[in-house]
Design a protein around this ligand. Structure first.
Ligand code: HEC
Length: 141
């Protein structure tokens, strides 16, 4: 972020405010500042889907790991990044970051998205239910 601030103060001398704002936004994007992904589904329905499909193994409370890791603040998190969870090598080496798209394909077919992973879940075929579920997961912050 230092770099961004420096670049912005350099620009201050020559540009008008709206242009600076635009440059600032571009720079922040370049610097990798992620804007939370907007999920289109219905998060209330998604909460029910979660209760039926995932709650057996996952909690949404921070720090509460069950058979599976806590899904608190899952959107935007790197895969396999909770320190005290024993993940599969496959998930640790997947290089995934959880966003709307990667969560959707993992939930649809965990074994296809992460071969040799250890989430014992067959997958959720209903695309609308997945969309709602991911919208719910996106609220967990
Ligand atoms: C039978 C237990 C079980 C069920 C049911 C289950 N999971 Fe999992 N989940 C796991 C386990 C175990 C892992 C760790 C996988 C690994 O290390 O390969 C995991 C990992 C994950 C991760 C990666 C977390 C991280 O920290 O990278 C996400 C996301 C996830 N599950 C979402 C879901 C969702 C959403 C559902 C419901 C549709 C679900 N899971 C259903 C056991 C389960």
């Amino acid at each position: 972020m230092d770099l961004v601030l420096k670049a912005m103060s350099l620009m201050k001398r020559r540009t008008t405010a709206p242009v600076r704002l635009l440059y600032g936004l571009c720079l922040m994007t370049l610097a990798g500042v992620t804007v939370p992904a907007h999920a289109a589904g219905d998060s209330h329905r998604g909460e029910d889907v979660f209760a039926q499909e995932c709650a057996e193994c996952h909690s949404v409370r921070e720090g509460k790991n069950k058979k599976g890791p806590s899904l608190f603040a899952i959107v935007g998190r790197k895969a396999a990044s909770i320190g005290d969870v024993v993940y599969s090598d496959a998930l640790r080496q997947s290089g995934l970051t959880w966003n709307v798209a990667s969560l959707d394909s993992y939930i649809a077919a965990p074994r296809k998205a992460v071969p040799n992973g250890k989430m014992k879940y067959d997958g959720l075929g209903d695309a609308k239910a997945r969309e709602d579920l991911v919208a719910y997961l996106a609220t967990l912050h």
